[in-house]
Design a protein around this ligand. Sequence first.
Ligand code: PAF
Length: 283
Amino acid sequence: MKTFHTVKELRDTLYQDRLKEKHIAFVPTMGNLHEGHMDLIRRARQESEIVVASIFVNPMQFGKNEDLERYPRTLKDDQTLLESNGCDYLFAPDALEMYPDGKRSQTQIEVTGLSDILCGASRPGHFIGVATVVTKLFNIVQPDCAIFGNKDYQQLKVIEDMTRDLSSNINIIGVDIARSESGLALSSRNGYLSQEERDIATNLYATLKWAKDQLMIGSTSHEEIREQAQQKLEAVGFQRDYFEIRAQDSLQTPLEEERSLVILAAAYLGKARLIDNITVELT
Ligand code: PAF
């Protein structure tokens, strides 16, 4: 696997691949890679002849009091994992390479309507940072397809809508959430949890499954399910952020006849803010 630190070097190499009509799959990440990311790389491998990953801890998507500085940076280990899972090229720029004028971009991409709800309400500006950096990365790599995890469900929707709205020709592919045996969704931020908190953290998925069962039974209102779920989480030590039942496509409050739902949760545990979701198809 070749690692590139500059846009020019990566572009020159990909230009040669494109001349040979190679199909290119792209997996953008912020590093500290785990098996969930490797599922994305393996999916990219199935889709394409060339697999490109990026590692960039994007300052623009972190709020003032968030974990930008302490976000784990583990480039050497990440390179080993990527290489052994069939990645061809890694793009690992520094902040100046991505934002020559400083930590942000003067031009910002906002998918209105999706960016300021759910995680966007708790993390103002987060999805503008994500959409802007993903647009930049897409322009640098110019892939045929890009692979994202379903764990960041709202992020995936933002990127799908953004590519559609900007008439981009990139096929966006979502991959199922990778979980530990206990059900905890794999996340780089799980590293902030103590062993005791890890055990507690499994309640997030358990509560989502409980809420899904309630929706399937159909005798409890959404409002009651949400409130009871929050209470269950608080009882084991979480601090609430949100627990919401939304329409899968729009992420808006569902109309009564809506059958395709997604339950999304975010909650604080110790130093970590955890997110997870589960989809529900009502019959
Ligand atoms: O999901 C992530 O790791 C990041 O939000 C992404 C998509 C790489 C953009 O920085």
